[in-house]
Design a protein around this ligand. Structure first.
Ligand SMILES: Cc1cc2nc3c(=O)[nH]c(=O)nc-3n(C[C@H](O)[C@H](O)[C@H](O)COP(=O)(O)OP(=O)(O)OC[C@H]3O[C@@H](n4cnc5c(N)ncnc54)[C@H](O)[C@@H]3O)c2cc1C
Length: 407
C-alpha cells in the first residue's frame, strides 16, 4: 500500500467532481475528522470537466432553485469563500420561450415560476421579445413569445472551480487521492466498513458515493439499485465571425434548441438539445469526441438565434455524460447499509448547484439533517413507487426540446 493511501479514514468520498470536492471541503472545514476523497483519474475527469457550467437559477421547483441560488453566491465570491482566483464570469442569462401551440400555457407557467424564483431571492423577470432585442440586437427574436431574464447569472471555469475546491479541502485537512479507483464499497451486516481500491482496503464508517454516471455498478454490488442512465451529450466551441464580436448573454434557448455561452474572446460554447442528441452509453466505453456531423449541426442550430453565426468556425468539442434519473432530479441522502450516502444523478444540471449541495450533504452527514433545505424530496426511495412520476411543481413547461432534463 503506498504511503499516501491511509489504512483508515472517518469519511470516504468516491469521486472528484464538483460534488465530491465540494463535500470534502465542507466536511473538512467543519472538522469532521479524517476525510479522504478517492478519484480514479484526476479531479474534474468526469462531467464536471466537460460541463457548460451555465449558472441558470431558473427552475420550476423550489428545492433546486434554492440550491442554484445559494451556489451562485459562492461562485461569485469564490476567492473570499473558497480561495484561489475568481472562477465566475458574470453575464446575464436568458431562457427563451417559443411562440407556438403551447405558448400561452408556458407563459402562465413562466410567470408563476419567476414569482417563485423571486420569492427564493433570485433576481429574474419576464421580458418581451422586443426587450430582448433591445438588449441583444444581434439576436433573432421573431420566433419568441417571451424570455426569462436573470441579470446576475453567468458561467464558471469548471475545471478551475473543482481544482480550487479540492485544494481548499486539502488545506482544511482532507486527503484527495487521485489515480485511485474505488473498486468496491465494503459492508458487513448493516454497516459500511470502507472502500476497496487496487492498493488495498481503507476502513471508513461513512462512505459517500459521488461517482456520477459511474455510480451504478459500485452501488449495485452492495445491493443498492440506482436507476441511472448515462447519456452522451456533446458541446462544441465555435469561433464567432469578427462581425459578431459583441459578447452575447448566456442562453438556455428552448426555442432554438441550444444552450450557449461565451467561452473566451470571440468564442462561444454551444450544445444542441433534443432527445436525439442524448445517446444512452456505457460510461466506461463511450466516444468522448464530437461526431463528424456535430460541427455543422451546432452551427446551424446557433444561427437560428444569432444569424451571423452561420459564418462561425468550429474550433473543437467533446462529449460528456449526463447521469440521468427517471425524473431528472438528483438523488441525495442515505440508503443501503448504515453509513452509506448517495450524492448523484444530477441529470445534466448539477454543476451550478455543487457548492450548496456540498453544504447540505455535509449538514446531513454531521447533523442528521440539512438546515439549508429539506433533502427528503431527493431520497432514492421515491422510485420505489410511481410517486416519482408526479411533477415537483404544477408549473413545469411543455417543450419539444428539453435538453434531456427538466428545469
Ligand atoms: C456536456 C455537458 C454540459 C453540461 N452543462 C451544464 C451546465 O451548463 N450547467 C450545469 O449546472 N450543469 C451542466 N452539466 C451537468 C454537470 O456537469 C454535472 O451535473 C456535474 O458536473 C456532476 O458532478 P458530479 O461531481 O456529480 O459528477 P462528475 O463530475 O462526473 O464526477 C464523478 C467523478 O467520479 C470519478 N469516479 C467514477 N468512478 C469512480 C470510482 N470507482 N472511484 C473513484 N472515482 C470514480 C470520475 O472520474 C469523476 O471524476 C453538463 C454536463 C455535460 C456532460
Amino acid at each position: 500500500m503506498p504511503s499516501f493511501l491511509p489504512r483508515t479514514t472517518d469519511i470516504a468520498i468516491i469521486g472528484g467532481g464538483i460534488m465530491g470536492t465540494s463535500l470534502a471541503w465542507q466536511l473538512a472545514s467543519r472538522g469532521a475528522g479524517r476525510v479522504t476523497l478517492f478519484e480514479r483519474a484526476t479531479v474534474a475527469a468526469g462531467a464536471s470537466g466537460k460541463t457548460g457550467a451555465l449558472l441558470r437559477q431558473h427552475y420550476t421547483n423550489r428545492p433546486e432553485a434554492v440550491l442554484a441560488h445559494a451556489s451562485l453566491d459562492v461562485f461569485k465570491h469564490w476567492p473570499d469563500i473558497v480561495g484561489g482566483d475568481p472562477v465566475h464570469v458574470p453575464a446575464p442569462l436568458v431562457v427563451t420561450f417559443a411562440s407556438g401551440p403551447s405558448d400561452q400555457e408556458n407563459l402562465a407557467r413562466l410567470r408563476r415560476n419567476v414569482a417563485m424564483q423571486n420569492a427564493v431571492g433570485i433576481r429574474s423577470r419576464v421580458i418581451t421579445p422586443s426587450e430582448l432585442h433591445d438588449l441583444q440586437p444581434f439576436a433573432r427574436v421573431d420566433d419568441l413569445v417571451a424570455a426569462a431574464y436573470e441579470p446576475d447569472s453567468g458561467y464558471v471555469d469548471a475545471v478551475a472551480a473543482c481544482r480550487t475546491m479540492a485544494t481548499a479541502a486539502i488545506r482544511a485537512g482532507a486527503r484527495v487521492v487521485e489515480g485511485c479507483p474505488v473498486i468496491a464499497i465494503e459492508a458487513e451486516g448493516d454497516h459500511v466498513m470502507g472502500v476497496r481500491t487496487p492498493e488495498g482496503s481503507v476502513a471508513a464508517g461513512t462512505v459517500v458515493c459521488a461517482a456520477g454516471a459511474w455510480s451504478t455498478t459500485l452501488l449495485a454490488d452492495i445491493g443498492v439499485a440506482v436507476p441511472l442512465q448515462a447519456l452522451r451529450v456533446q458541446v462544441a466551441i465555435l469561433h464567432r465571425p469578427l462581425e459578431f464580436d459583441a459578447a452575447h448573454y448566456v442562453y438556455l434557448d428552448t426555442a432554438a434548441g441550444i444552450f450557449c455561452r461565451p467561452s473566451g474572446a470571440g468564442r462561444t460554447l454551444v450544445g444542441v438539445g433534443g432527445g436525439d442528441q442524448h445517446d444512452p452509453v456505457d460510461p466506461d466505453h463511450y466516444d468522448e469526441r464530437n461526431d463528424p456531423s456535430y460541427p455543422a449541426l451546432a452551427i446551424a442550430a446557433i444561427s437560428r438565434r444569432f444569424p451571423a453565426m452561420i459564418r462561425a468556425a468550429y474550433l473543437h468539442g467533446y462529449a460528456g455524460l449526463y447521469d440521468m434519473t427517471p425524473d431528472a432530479h438528483p438523488v441525495l441522502g442515505r440508503r443501503g447499509p448504515d453509513g452509506l450516502y448517495l450524492m448523484l444523478g444530477f441529470s445534466g444540471a448539477g454543476f451550478k448547484k455543487g457548492p450548496a449541495v456540498g453544504q447540505a450533504m455535509a449538514q446531513l452527514i454531521l447533523d442528521g439533517q440539512s438546515s439549508l433545505l429539506d433533502l427528503s424530496p431527493f431520497a432514492l426511495e421515491r422510485f420505489a413507487s410511481e410517486a416519482w412520476r408526479r411533477p415537483w411543481s404544477d408549473s413545469e413547461y411543455l417543450f419539444t426540446s428539453d435538453f434531456g432534463h427538466r428545469f
